[in-house]
Design a protein around this ligand. Structure first.
Ligand SMILES: CSC[C@@H](O)[C@@H](O)C(=O)COP(=O)(O)O
Ligand SMILES: [Zn+2]
Length: 213
C-alpha cells in the first residue's frame, strides 16, 4: 500500500534541516547551547516550519532531530515532540510572513545579561558600530532597546508578553530573564547576524560594567 503523500516538500525539509544542523553545530562549539538547551527553526513554506525536536543535544543534531510543525505548532506527519518553546517560534512566523528563521540560545553572556537587566526590563545599546548589523540600521548614531522578559514555564504567558512588545516596536530579538536570547531574521544568515550582534553587544555591556566598577 502506498503511504499518504507528505503535505510538504521533503527536499525543502532536507535543505532547512541541513542549514539548521550546520549553523547550530557552530553555535554549540561557541558554548551557546549547553546541556541540550536552545532551539532553532526555519520556515519551509507558507504553512510549514522545520524545528528542533525537544530535548536533543543541539551540538550533535542530525536530520532525525529536525521535524515539521504547522503554524499552530502542531506536528505534521510525525509523532515526534517539537521544542517545548515551539509557540515562541510560531508566533513570530504567524505574525510576520517575511520572518524565515528563529534562533534561541543560552550563552553565558546572554544569561548573565538577562539577570542584570531584568529590573529595568531592557538593555540599552547605543553608540556601537555593530548596531548596523541589525537590518534597517545605517548608522551607529542610534539606540536599540533589547527587551528582557520575566521567565515562565507557561509558553502562553511568555508569548503574550512578546506580542505586547511587538505591538509597540520593531525588534530583532529579546532576552528572557535567567534563560537566554531569541533572535530572528528573514533567513538563516540574517537571523545569525542578529544573534551574533546581540551576543557581542551584550558582552561589551557586561565588560563595561565590570571595568567601570
Ligand atoms: C535543558 S533546559 C532548557 C530548556 O528548558 C529550554 O529552555 C530550551 O531552550 C530547550 O528546550 P527544547 O524543548 O529542547 O527546545
Ligand atoms: Zn530555552
Amino acid at each position: 500500500m502506498n503511504a499518504a503523500p507528505l503535505p510538504y516538500d521533503p527536499q525543502r525539509l532536507a535543505h532547512c534541516a541541513g542549514e539548521i544542523i550546520v549553523n547550530v553545530r557552530e553555535l554549540s562549539e561557541l558554548g551557546w547551547t549547553p546541556a541540550t538547551s536552545s532551539n532553532f527553526s526555519r520556515r519551509m513554506d507558507a504553512a510549514h516550519i522545520a524545528i528542533t525536536v525537544s530535548g536533543r543535544d543541539k551540538g550533535k543534531l542530525t536530520e532525525a532531530d529536525i521535524m515539521v510543525v504547522d503554524l499552530d505548532g502542531q506536528p505534521v506527519a510525525t509523532a515526534q515532540k517539537s521544542s517545548a518553546e515551539t509557540l515562541l517560534h510560531t508566533q513570530l512566523y504567524k505574525r510576520f510572513p517575511d520572518i524565515g528563521c528563529v534562533l534561541h540560545t543560552h550563552s553565558r553572556v546572554q544569561t548573565v545579561a538577562s539577570r542584570l537587566y531584568a529590573g529595568p526590563g531592557h538593555v540599552h545599546l547605543e553608540g556601537y558600530e555593530l548596531l548596523k548589523a541589525f537590518t534597517g540600521n545605517t548608522t551607529h548614531e542610534i539606540s536599540v532597546e533589547l527587551p528582557v522578559l520575566p521567565n515562565s514555564q507557561d509558553m502562553h504567558t511568555l508569548a503574550a508578553q512578546v506580542d505586547c512588545l511587538l505591538d509597540r516596536q520593531q525588534m530583532w530579538g529579546y532576552l528572557i530573564d535567567g534563560h537566554g536570547l531569541y533572535a530572528w531574521g528573514r533567513d538563516m544568515p540574517e537571523a545569525r547576524r542578529h544573534l551574533e550582534a546581540f551576543e557581542f553587544l551584550l558582552g561589551c555591556e557586561l565588560d563595561l560594567r565590570r571595568l567601570q566598577r
